[in-house]
Design a protein around this ligand. Structure first.
Ligand code: PGA
Length: 240
């Protein structure tokens, strides 16, 4: 049985207010990803937090970056690896993302590795091969030696208000699960991300291979985020 995980990715935005909606719940995992500036405040306030990014190396000449050990010392329990905005804005490759995931695991941080195709790749029928290559890079670095999570985020659905149809998302999630090593197949959580909102989350989270959501826009609105969390709680236990 996989525990649902609802994650709020605040991206480069100020902390929402009030913060009540973002606290841990007993039946599901609720995690927030504030800016680096707001992480300490949220951790000290008792929220389960992750960093939106950290470098694969511990320290060194990497101006503007931060290491996994540093976010661990701060109290981060999770880290996003390879969000499509980082892949696009900072040219992160599949190999960079896999190296980040391995570094996170070495520090005892739970990585959420983001994968997903662009609109053009889907229109060319290449969505599965793109996602498979993103997952396979994790194999090359043996990132599956420990437990990590995957977030399937079709790039065309992020911040656009377009959401994948639940059956299409489920098909991709089942495909991703089929790629995972046998001993991790049933335990790995695969989240959906891309314009998840209160009005579409139930249909998505009810799919057997969708184990949570990585939520951007709606996570900045406390009421919407808490509605999504309540719906997720009502769906637990989520049978696998
Ligand atoms: P969105 O963002 O919910 O605003 O589409 C999701 C994400 O980028 O993680």
């Amino acid at each position: 049985m996989r525990k649902l995980l609802i994650a709020g990715n605040w991206k480069m935005n100020p902390m929402p207010s009030p913060l009540d909606a973002y606290y841990p719940r007993s039946d599901i995992d609720v995690v927030v990803f504030p800016t680096f500036l707001d992480l300490k405040h949220c951790i000290d306030a008792g929220m389960l937090c992750g960093a939106q990014y950290a470098h694969a190396e511990d320290s060194g000449a990497h101006t503007g970056d931060i290491g996994m050990g540093m976010i661990k010392d701060l109290g981060c329990r999770y880290v996003l690896c390879g969000h499509s905005e980082r892949r696009a804005d900072h040219s992160e490759t599949n190999e960079d993302v896999a190296a980040q995931a391995v570094a996170a695991l070495e520090h005892g941080i739970h990585p959420i590795v983001c994968v997903g195709e662009t609109e053009q790749e889907r229109s060319e029928g290449r969505e599965k091969s793109i996602v498979a290559a993103q997952i396979e890079a994790l194999f090359q670095l043996s990132a599956f030696s420990s437990q990590l999570s995957i977030a399937y985020e079709p790039v065309w659905a992020i911040g656009t208000g377009k959401t994948a149809r639940p059956e299409d998302a489920e098909e991709m999630h089942a495909f991703i699960r089929s790629l995972l090593p046998e001993d991790k197949r049933e335990t790995t959580r695969i989240l959906y991300g891309g314009s998840m909102k209160p009005d579409n989350c139930k249909a998505l989270l009810s799919q057997p291979n969708i184990d949570g959501g990585l939520i951007g826009g709606a996570s900045l609105k406390p009421e919407q985020f808490s509605t999504i969390v309540d719906i997720a709680v009502s769906l637990f236990p989520h049978s696998s």
